[in-house]
Structures are given as C-alpha cells and as structure tokens.
Design a protein around this ligand. Structure first.
Ligand SMILES: [Zn+2]
Ligand SMILES: [Zn+2]
Length: 332
C-alpha cells in the first residue's frame, strides 16, 4: 500500500465513523500534501525522519506514511477495528440483499470524493450499481450542477462505465423541490436521467398545508423516482417539517415514487412513525447512504436496521433489485 492509499484508507475509516472533527481534517490535509509531493521525496523524508517538516504532516500522519513504506498496517488495522459500522442480525438480512445505493454525491457538487472513488468503493462494498445524485442548480451552497455541468458529468459517467463494467453508474440527480413543488431541472434532462431523487432543502418551516401541496406536486411527477429525506430533520438540531404524511405517502404509492430511508446518522429520516404510515400506504422504499465521502457509503447498515425494525418487506426495497429491474421500474 502506498502512503497515499494508506492515508485515503484512514480518511475513509474516520468518515464512516462520522468523525468530522480536527483529526479527520488533519488527515485529509496530510493526504493532500502527500498527493502533491513527489513519491521519492516522501520516501527520502521518511528515511531521514523529516516528514513533519512538511506543513500539514503531523505525528499520526507521519506514522501512517512510514508504516505504509515499510509494508506495515498496525495503525490502519487498529483504526479499521475501531470504526466498523455496527449492524443487527435482522439488519444484515437487508444489507445482504442490497445491490446498489441510489443517493450519493461526488466532488461535482458538495461531496469530497471523485465519481470514480465513490464507484470503486461501492463496488468493493459488494454493490453492482450506484446512482450518482449530485445537487441541482438552485442549491448554490452545495455547488449544484447547472444544465451544462450536468451534461459534462454525464460524459464522465459514460467513460467510467466503460472502464468499470460490469459495475454500473446510473445517471441521476438529487433535484430540489422548489417552493411551489416544481422541480429544479429542465424537463428534457429529468426525462433523460435514469433515477431522480427529489428532496426539500429550503423553506422547511412552511405551514403543513403548503408543504403537503408542495410535496404532492413533486412525488406525482412522472420523473421522480425517490422522495429524499422527507422530513428534513437534523437530529437534535432541526425539527421535522410538517406535512400530511398519509396523503404524501399515498401519492408515493400511487405514482411509484419510493420513500427513502436516509442513512445519514444525523438524519435517519423518516422517523419510525412515518415509516409505519408509508408501509401502510403500500410504498416502495430505497435504503440510501446519501454519502458525501467514500467512508459514508458504509452507512447503509443504519437504514437496514431501521427497515428490519419497522418490518419492511425486503422485496419492496428498490435497491435490492437488479439494475435491469430498477431501470425498468424507473422508466415505467
Ligand atoms: Zn438532500
Ligand atoms: Zn443528498
């Protein structure tokens, strides 16, 4: 393993443990430094114990680099053990059934990794496909993709699909549900994408009747396949938005729009009572990481446990299906 690969693995493990503090930032910085320093210089500095003279390399990152050059993995093995994402036996049944991940981001919007890194990590986790769902233009703080950038991204995805076959990167977007329920993407592109996730990211506090109408318009669109993190809650920070869940989930069931079980630890959306309403309504589900870094692709167990707990039928989870079945369903 090269020093770059070792540091990438450290950042991956810290991300999956949802470590967002100083330590993760320091390792991410060290990774940047090592990536931009000639390999020979890194080896020479390791030998003469001068790695830490490089700005951004500290005790821990120097240790990881030196171990990598010696072919040792003591630090990595320990970190690997400490950062496993736990899963229950009942949740594992769902995890074993999952064949893909339908909601994740890359550097094209506000993710931290390249499309290729997200794809190869998902493949190494056992997936057959991912849906790349970067943000739509209106979400400027997340560097949402306008029409031209989305078209360029589709070109990159086509090239990667040639390289990574039989693994598949499906085209998609996490499209903003605008205040009136309109979707933040042109009709022709919505029709062209393989899978469309639609989510509310703004005006989360609007009154229940208006929010219900807004969400109904979105989930009734023939282009929308998945309703993303439906309540918008951030656990301990932001309450659930208010809407008529019976009506919205009934519309999801009637229009073949799956309800996402968002696996991000700070979201875990929807809350249990709403999952029960969605099951009752006859909805499909999608267990998605909403990953913004490679390590976060390992968050699906959090949603798998919740699916098992709620008594969802695994066959109703669209990303337990083969790529062909998923595409036939989203095209229908
Ligand atoms: Zn979102
Ligand atoms: Zn997202």
């Amino acid at each position: 393993m090269t020093p770059v690969e070792a540091l990438e693995r450290v950042v991956h493990c810290l991300d999956r443990a949802h470590e967002t503090g100083f330590k993760t930032k320091a390792f991410a910085r060290a990774l940047d430094v090592v990536r931009s320093t000639p390999t020979a210089e890194i080896a020479e500095r390791a030998q003469h114990n001068t790695l830490k003279q490089l700005e951004g390399i500290g005790d821990s990152s120097a240790k990881v680099i030196i171990e990598a050059l010696r072919g040792e993995t003591t630090y990595l093995d320990k970190l690997d053990g400490q950062t496993q994402v736990p899963i229950t036996a009942a949740g594992q049944v769902f995890r074993d059934a999952l064949r893909g991940d339908c909601h994740l981001h890359s550097r094209w919007s506000d993710g931290g990794a390249t499309v290729e890194a997200m794809a190869t990590t998902a493949r190494d986790l056992g997936h057959e496909y991912i849906v790349l769902t970067d943000h739509s233009p209106r979400l400027t703080i997340a560097h949402g993709l306008d029409r031209d950038r989305l078209i360029r991204q589709l070109g990159e995805v086509a090239v990667l699909n040639e390289e990574l076959a039989p693994f598949r990167i499906l085209s998609g977007m996490e499209v903003d549900i605008l205040e009136d329920g309109d979707l933040d993407l042109d009709e022709d592109l919505l029709a062209h994408l393989d899978v469309v996730v639609a989510s509310v990211h703004s005006k989360l506090r609007m009154d229940g009747a208006a929010m219900t109408a807004r969400m109904l318009r979105a989930v009734e669109s023939p282009h929308v396949d998945i309703l993303g993190h439906c309540t918008g809650r951030m656990i301990g920070k932001r309450p659930e938005s208010t809407f008529d869940a019976e009506r919205v989930f009934a519309a999801c069931a009637a229009n073949n729009t799956a309800v996402e079980l968002n696996c991000r630890p700070e979201r875990l959306d929807p809350p249990e009572p709403l999952i029960a309403i969605a099951i009752e309504a006859g909805c499909y589900f999608s267990i998605d990481s909403d990953a913004h870094a490679t390590g976060q692709l390992e968050w699906q167990p959090l949603g798998c446990d919740r699916a098992a707990e709620a008594g969802i039928d695994p066959a109703r989870v669209i990303n337990t299906w083969s790529c062909e079945d998923l595409l036939a369903w989203t095209a229908g």
